[in-house]
Design a protein around this ligand. Structure first.
Ligand code: PEP
Ligand code: MG
Length: 277
């Protein structure tokens, strides 16, 4: 399947225009970064509901807040750090600010009633983080039930974008329903190259054999536990690797909307090629 990556509610039209099988990554930083965005529980609920309704039952994977490093959010008043890419970013910030996270989880549980929602967590490095998320999720469900507000559970996944997550992917697979490999950060952290430093362009190589080996390992470990494995980093839209990913058993690619039709063509041609040979 080929899914779309987007970062705003308005981008859903592009997803539909390009005939994606679903949304594989909806980044939610827009709620906190943009001017006059409403990141209250109700504001988030309305935004997610709108996306789910527009997608008419197609799968929508929403990623919880991934602020920090390359995604600064002044609104959150985050502390200054010497090395923000190695700092309190992604799920770390959410686990430190439980109220902020609970608000987003409540909005997601409520929105889930309105479509085919799945939720994933960024920057995971341990099983303990996934378990802490489950505790907060449990509190959120109990609160909603007590308040008489309708909600529905959703399948959950983790982003595999740190070498640690790759190495413990077998253990992580036992905790979640799917993996989404974030090759942008995985490249940064594996090759020790700042993804934002243009001067290091020659070193920032997502096709590095180390990355391809890691993807292979994640697919094997994920599948061994019945966990779906997709790629949502930019490498997923590299047409020269599409065949390689299919062969590795990658279940889905999530790419920018404009890459969907060209990639589908690549897959169709490679299938035709395989049948004729
Ligand atoms: C990634 O790291 O590959 C990814 C998809 O997430 P982002 O680019 O938003 O960090
Ligand atoms: Mg990332």
């Amino acid at each position: 399947d080929i899914h779309a990556n987007i970062g705003h509610v308005e981008d859903v039209q592009q997803v539909l225009d390009n005939d994606a099988d679903g949304i594989g990554l909806l980044r939610t930083e827009f709620l906190y970064l943009g001017n006059n965005m409403d990141c209250s529980e109700e504001g988030q609920f309305q935004a997610y509901k709108k996306v789910l309704e527009k997608m008419q039952g197609k799968r929508v994977v929403i990623r919880t807040l991934d602020a920090g490093a390359d995604k600064q959010a002044a609104y959150l008043g985050m502390a200054r750090e010497e090395n923000p890419a190695l700092g309190c970013r992604g799920v770390r910030l959410c686990l430190e600010r439980r109220e902020l996270f609970r608000t987003q989880l409540r909005a997601l549980l409520r929105a889930s009633v309105w479509g085919n929602l799945e939720v994933m967590y960024p920057m995971i490095i341990s099983v303990a983080e996934v378990q802490k998320i489950q505790e907060i999720l449990k509190e959120a469900r109990e609160e909603l039930t007590k308040e008489g507000i309708p909600w529905k559970d959703f399948p959950q996944g983790v982003m595999i974008e740190t070498p640690a997550a790759v190495m413990i992917s077998r253990e992580l697979a036992a905790e979640v329903d799917f993996f989404s490999i974030g090759t942008n950060d995985l490249t940064q952290y594996t090759l020790a190259v700042d993804r934002q430093n243009g001067n290091l362009g020659a070193y920032y190589d997502p096709r590095h054999p180390a990355i391809l080996q890691m993807i292979r390992m994640v697919v094997e470990n994920g599948h061994a536990q019945g966990c779906r494995v997709g790629i949502c980093g930019d490498l997923g839209s590299d047409p020269e690797l599409t065949k390689v990913f299919v062969k590795m058993g990658v279940d889905e690619l999530s790419v920018p909307p404009a890459s969907i039709l060209p990639l589908r063509e690549v897959i169709r041609n490679s299938r035709a090629g395989a049948e004729n040979s």
